[in-house]
Design a protein. Structure first.
Length: 369
């Protein structure tokens, strides 16, 4: 891979020094307690839930788009889905699209509307869900949205466009992305997160490899017409507690270091790399010059986003994994996917301050706004 946007932004020596410093810090610091570092900032409309989400600032306001629906429809939706009844699944669609909230800051977000796209075909008849927002100056409109769909072609991704973050036009070319050839065709393909780097859009997505590991993969594009698959950049074992696979991947580039955040098992995890692709071991070539990569759990956070507002950094999350931990301690017999398991998503969004200690994101409860 000779593309400039994939090249390391730290030398082997720089990465080794910073990785070892981060490792020492982690040995001397605990995971974060949910209630101690978060503050509730947004509640979706009654009867609806809030989970995976994406933020965009339009110059005046923050726009929050979040996956939403009616959780009580989960059982009939799943019944129709399992029998292949796409029309029935659409009637009881538990993931019809996204909620939209707006605020001048992250503490005064107010619900504005639901953005529920009509199906464009049988490929998106079952659901139209998780999205990632981006700006695209060369596009048909100023803002783009890449979102998950399910239908008769399993899991795909589609595009929509907007000039104002309120009115959207679905791309006639949809679906634009599908499960990569290297991935398990029966696994997930979901949860896109987009970042722009050196005029290239880096799209991190969840897929499963042929040996049954959930992966984070990288797809890139410059024009949203042609895409390049770079394969998995991270993999992990399925987890028997909490989130089974990997969800909600996000990568940020800060002071030369690449940071990967993802939901897995019982919470939010963090890994670092010298480039946008090297979160996994890269073979014998670097075995003696770089430390083996690793990851650690930050705490019981779920479907998180890392965002920057001026000089301030924030983590956003819901309370799902924290409540699961509480349920286990209380020996409550609540299993994955039951309404009682998903119900914390109806509470909405929580926020935490990030205070960077070198390459370690430490969390603190925000002051009341």
């Amino acid at each position: 891979m000779n593309e400039a946007y994939l090249q390391p932004t730290l030398s082997d020596e720089q990465f080794t020094e910073r990785f070892e410093q981060l490792h020492r810090q982690l040995w001397q610091s605990p995971e974060f307690d949910f209630d101690s570092v978060t503050r509730h900032v947004y509640t979706p409309p009654k009867g609806m839930y809030q989970v995976d989400h994406s933020f965009m600032h339009d110059g005046d306001n923050w726009h929050l788009y979040y996956l939403t629906g009616d959780m009580t429809l989960s059982e009939p939706w799943n019944q129709h889905r399992k029998t292949g009844d796409l029309e029935g699944a659409n009637r009881f669609c538990v993931e019809p699209g996204n909620g939209h909230a707006v605020g001048t800051n992250l503490f005064n977000l107010q619900f504005v509307e639901h953005v529920f796209f009509e199906p464009q075909g049988r490929f998106d008849l079952m659901s139209r869900g998780v999205c990632s927002l981006f700006e695209y100056a060369n596009g048909p409109q100023k803002y783009g949205m890449l979102y998950d769909v399910r239908g008769d072609q399993r899991e795909k991704m589609c595009l929509a466009w907007s000039n104002d973050l309120h009115h959207w036009t679905q791309d006639e070319r949809n679906p634009v992305l599908g499960i990569p050839s290297w991935a398990n065709p029966h696994g997930s393909f979901k949860d896109p997160h987009i970042m722009k780097y050196l005029d290239v859009y880096l799209i991190y997505v969840v897929a499963w490899n042929q040996t049954g590991q959930p992966c984070i993969a990288l797809i890139t594009t410059e024009d949203w017409k042609t895409f390049q698959d770079h394969g998995p950049v991270f993999a992990a074992a399925p987890q028997m507690r909490g989130t089974f696979g990997i969800e909600s991947p996000q990568v940020i580039h800060r002071n030369g270091m690449w940071h990967l955040f993802y939901t897995h098992g019982t919470g939010l995890w963090h890994a670092v790399a010298p480039s946008p692709t090297e979160f996994l071991a890269q073979g014998e070539a670097n075995a003696c010059v770089r430390p083996m990569p690793g990851a650690y759990r930050i705490g019981p956070f779920h479907a998180s986003e890392i965002l920057r507002d001026g000089d301030n950094w924030y983590l956003t999350t819901d309370r799902k994994e924290h409540q699961r931990a509480c349920n286990r301690l209380a020996r409550r017999k609540i299993y994955r996917g039951q309404y009682e398991d998903e119900q914390p998503l109806e509470e909405g969004l929580y926020l935490s301050n990030i205070i960077w200690d070198g390459d370690q994101p430490t969390l603190a409860k925000p002051e009341q706004q």
